[in-house]
Design a protein around this ligand. Sequence first.
Ligand SMILES: NC(=O)c1ccc[n+]([C@@H]2O[C@H](COP(=O)([O-])OP(=O)(O)OC[C@H]3O[C@@H](n4cnc5c(N)ncnc54)[C@H](O)[C@@H]3O)[C@@H](O)[C@H]2O)c1
Length: 384
Amino acid sequence: MKFKLRAGMVGGGKGAFIGAVHRIALNMDGLIELCCGALSQNPEKARESGKELFLPEDRVYDSYEEMIKRESELPEDQRMHFVIIVTPNFAHFEPAMMALEHGFHVMIDKPMTLTLEQARALKAKVDETGLLLGLTHTYSGYPLVKEAKKMVADGKFGAIRKIYVEYPQGWLSQFSEADGNKQAAWRTDPSKSGKAGCMGDIGTHAAHLAEYISGQKIVKLCADLNIVVPGRLLDDDGAMLLKFDKGASGVLVATQVAAGEENNLKIRIYGEKGGLEWNQQEPNTLLVKWLDAPTQVYRTGNGYLSPIAQFNTRTPGGHPEGYLEAFGNIYRNFVLALSAKLNNETPDPLIDYPTVEDGVRGMAFIDNVVASAQSDQKWWDYVV
Ligand SMILES: NC(=O)c1ccc[n+]([C@@H]2O[C@H](COP(=O)([O-])OP(=O)(O)OC[C@H]3O[C@@H](n4cnc5c(N)ncnc54)[C@H](O)[C@@H]3O)[C@@H](O)[C@H]2O)c1
């Protein structure tokens, strides 16, 4: 990279969850500077939050509209290069579209928008402008997830037949939205979260991971959604059978009412000759299974891993990396791609990060799951 890239953040003020994680991730490799922000919809809180982050006072804005407008008027060598959007789902589309319309690249959290129509509109704008849009599907940032994807793509297991992905959490086992839990409140409100609750919040991560590692796309599903906690307005639990475009079939389970579970995302994929198993709570281990040989234990940070896994690893084996580094990898890959673009260079072929296409597929996943769960039809044809 020839120079550090500058970013402005929308959301992520005091008390917010994922904005702070984005800041750690973007600072991890010293390639990005957070230069401005519209950190809350409440101007006073936005200013307090900007102060706590030592942002220059004149670049702490009262709204994303002001931030995008004022930044676009600054000289090119001062203004931000890209906008980071870490607001609840209902406040993703407008700032993202406005940023693209003003020539700024975008990094946005998932699910990409509130509706599939908005997602398609963002994709059309990205296609029209040639600007980059990155999406923080965190779990595809882990080195061993990239290793798993490569092993599948290299045909190590033969044709992939079975994909099982499960994502149990327990934090919504009670009616927490009524107890002042702000993260629970917007996630269970259809006007703020979208058509789905659990399936939008974590089901989209599971679906993305399944498609990412297997290299196959979901084409049909048969879904069952439940509202387990009385009074809740959106699904907090669900499961589905899946069919993929290159012949695999599978199962996806996501729940936020598995009391006692933390963030137990796990995926198992099997082909004709063997398979693999990866668990987010033990992310530095990948189990590789063989029909005719003992199971192998792959570990992050070792020389036997492929170049793409090594490219996404910062510490030697036995010095555990985790969620924050996986997030950091998405940022690093995104800004390396962005820097190559700004300097008219060809990006390193190892660079890979979720894009607007993944964002559209995530929103399509939500639409198709909800439609399937509401229909009497056994197999629902997936529309993107
Ligand atoms: N990638 C992941 O693993 C991951 C994990 C958690 C959350 N998320 C996603 O991140 C997003 C935020 O989730 P969260 O849990 O951090 O929510 P949160 O409620 O903790 O934080 C949201 C922040 O956005 C601010 N905000 C709301 N409207 C705004 C506006 N118009 N302008 C400026 N700021 C505004 C709020 O004041 C708050 O600071 C969601 O889309 C969620 O799905 C992703």
